[in-house]
Design a protein around this ligand. Structure first.
Ligand SMILES: Nc1ncnc2c1ncn2[C@@H]1O[C@H](COP(=O)(O)OP(=O)(O)OP(=O)(O)O)[C@@H](O)[C@H]1O
Ligand SMILES: [Mg+2]
Length: 282
């Protein structure tokens, strides 16, 4: 049994380095990130900046070339992907890397069955997931017969039924339609209500503005900024460097002439507040 250091935050990466053996690409260079339990964090950055590589070190899919990663106080270098699976739920960018059961219901039951939960608990979790993800009518379908957006939801739902302490979503809304994007947004809020720690990698800034308390910006294998979405989107220099486009609402807010030092708006309601305040100050 590996020792658990309960004094550490839920996720703790220290001077993490990762070099892909093929090509010798340094994908993570001196990355140190602490994430407390229950926080919802977004990771943003250009293609190839190291986001997916970082998340794969959390569940043991990739082993650090240098530095350390602890999750829930456990040293990931001493555990297998299987041992970490109950702590770190990982949703792959591509659902085809994740699904293998012959029906949606079986896929959703797979994780809790592996955890050796009682039968009625497994059934309750599958029923809850079918409802939450609106997959009830597809329960008996083969996952590969579903559309890409629905297959992706099945992949997410099959992690959801395991109730992991840490939930990692890599590009959950890429290729999704409006309806499934809404479900994913609701999911992240639900996970937070449950006290889970959520790490979402995305290029979808409106999603992250809504669901993340904190954004970590990666550029060229390093962390270049770490702050609230408001702080990050208002940092013109880093937004330019990393080619990140803040949500339109935030851009309009930042461009308002009479903002009187107010923080950038992240929602329509906040922008309306900016407009009202601007009129009053005229
Ligand atoms: N299996 C691999 N073998 C070799 N190099 C890799 C491999 N996977 C990723 N890389 C390289 O490592 C670097 C970081 O890649 P990574 O996938 O972590 O980026 P990312 O930020 O997730 O990008 P994206 O937004 O495109 O998903 C890139 O230079 C990439 O080409
Ligand atoms: Mg990626």
């Amino acid at each position: 049994m590996t020792a658990q250091d309960t004094s550490l935050p839920m996720i703790s990466a220290k001077q993490l380095r990762f070099v892909y053996p093929r090509g010798g690409v340094v994908a993570l260079d001196d990355v140190s990130i602490d994430i407390p339990a229950g926080q919802s964090v977004g990771i943003v950055g250009q293609n190839g900046s190291g986001k997916t590589t970082f998340t794969k070190t959390l569940n043991g899919l990739l082993r650090p070339s240098g530095g350390t990663v602890h999750v829930d106080g456990l040293d990931t270098s001493k555990l297998t992907v299987q041992q970490l699976a109950s702590t770190v739920g990982y949703v792959f960018q591509n659902p085809n890397h994740q699904l293998f059961a012959t029906s949606v219901a079986a896929e959703l039951a797979f994780g809790p069955t592996n955890l050796k939960l009682p039968k009625d608990e497994i059934e309750a979790r599958v029923a809850e997931a079918l409802e939450f993800f609106d997959l009830g009518e597809h329960a008996k379908s083969h996952p590969y017969r579903l559309s890409f957006p629905l297959r992706k939801l099945v992949g997410i739902a099959s992690v959801f039924t395991m109730h992991p302490k840490i939930f990692v979503l890599d590009e959950p809304t890429t290729g999704q339609d409006h309806q499934t994007t809404r479900i994913i947004n609701r999911l992240i809020h639900r996970l937070q209500d449950r006290g889970a720690t959520v790490v979402t990698v995305a290029h979808d800034m409106p999603l992250l503005a809504d669901v993340s308390e904190r954004l970590i910006v990666m550029w060229s294998s390093k962390v270049v900024l770490d702050g609230t979405p408001r702080e990050v989107f208002a940092n013109r220099e880093v937004m330019d460097l990393t080619h990140i486009t803040p949500p339109q609402i935030t851009q309009i807010s930042l461009g308002m002439p009479s903002r009187a030092g107010r923080p950038a708006a992240l929602s329509v309601e906040e922008l309306a507040e900016d407009v009202r305040a601007g009129k009053e100050s005229r």
